[in-house]
Write a protein that binds this ligand. Structure first.
Ligand SMILES: [Mg+2]
Length: 220
C-alpha cells in the first residue's frame, strides 16, 4: 500500500542532533540552571493531563523549578530558550539530501508535513527547507507534547490523511516511533543504531535510503 502522506519530526530528524548539541554548548554553559530546569520541566510536562493552557503550565512549572515568578520564567523561555534554539541552527547543516527527498515525495503525489515539540519559528528558512510543506504542526499549540496522541492526530488532520496511510519519520524512539505507532501510523526511525526488535517499519540514517524505501513501495 502506498503512503498518502509523510510527516517529519524536525530536531534531530531534518538535521543531526549531535551538531545541535555541540553548537548549544556555549549557551548551555552560560545558563546551566535555566537549561537543566527547562529539561526537567519538558520531561515532567509530558506526563500531565489534561492540560488547559500548555504555555501557562510550562511557565508555572519552570518558575517553581527555578524559584522565580511565572512571568520571569515565561520571558526566559521565550527570549532565551526558543530564540537560542533557532539561532543555533544557522551554524547547523541539515542532513544531506533532505530537501531533494521531500521534493521527490511531493512529485510522487504525497502530502508532506511537519510535527515538532518546539516552535518552528524561522528554523525552516535557516535550514533551507521552506516552501515544501502541506502541514506544519507545533505540538505545544495542540496542548500536548509527543508521545501524547493529540499532536499526531493534529498533523493527520492537517494533512487530510488517515493514520494507516501515513508515515511518521522521527529520531526519538520513545516519543516519535512509539507515539506515532500508538495512533496507527507507519514509522521510520532516523538513527545510526537501529533498535533490536524495533517497532519502526524501517530505520535509516541516509535520506536516500528512506527515499528509495518509500518510492519503491509506491509503485508496488
Ligand atoms: Mg527529534
Amino acid at each position: 500500500m502506498p503512503f498518502r502522506a509523510v510527516a517529519f519530526d524536525v530536531d534531530g530528524t531534518l538535521y543531526p542532533n549531535a551538531a545541535l548539541y555541540l553548537a548549544s554548548v556555549p549557551f548551555f554553559l552560560s545558563r546551566p540552571r535555566l537549561m537543566l530546569g527547562f529539561r526537567r520541566v519538558r520531561r515532567a510536562i509530558r506526563r500531565v493531563r489534561p492540560i488547559e493552557d500548555f504555555y501557562d503550565l510550562q511557565a508555572r512549572m519552570l518558575a517553581q523549578e527555578l524559584g522565580v515568578d511565572t512571568e520571569e520564567a515565561r520571558r526566559a523561555i521565550n527570549r532565551r530558550i526558543y530564540v537560542a534554539a533557532e539561532r543555533v541552527l544557522s551554524v547547523v547543516p541539515r542532513f544531506p539530501h533532505v530537501r531533494e527527498t521531500v521534493e521527490r515525495f511531493r512529485a510522487a503525489g504525497m502530502k508532506v508535513g511537519l510535527l515538532s515539540d518546539f516552535p518552528l519559528g524561522d528554523k525552516l528558512s535557516r535550514l533551507g527547507l521552506e516552501g515544501l510543506w502541506d502541514a506544519r504542526v507545533e505540538a505545544e499549540q495542540v496542548g500536548y507534547l509527543k508521545p501524547h496522541p493529540e499532536p499526531f492526530r493534529a498533523v493527520l488532520e492537517a494533512l487530510g490523511s488517515e493514520a494507516g496511510e501515513t508515515l511518521y519519520v522521527g529520531n526519538n524512539y520513545g516519543y516519535d516511533i512509539l507515539g506515532a505507532g500508538a495512533v496507527g501510523m507507519h514509522t521510520a526511525h532516523v538513527t545510526t543504531r537501529p533498535h533490536r526488535n524495533s517497532r519502526a517499519d524501517m530505520s535509516f540514517f541516509r535520506y536516500r535510503k528512506l527515499a528509495s524505501w518509500i518510492l519503491e513501495r509506491e509503485i508496488r
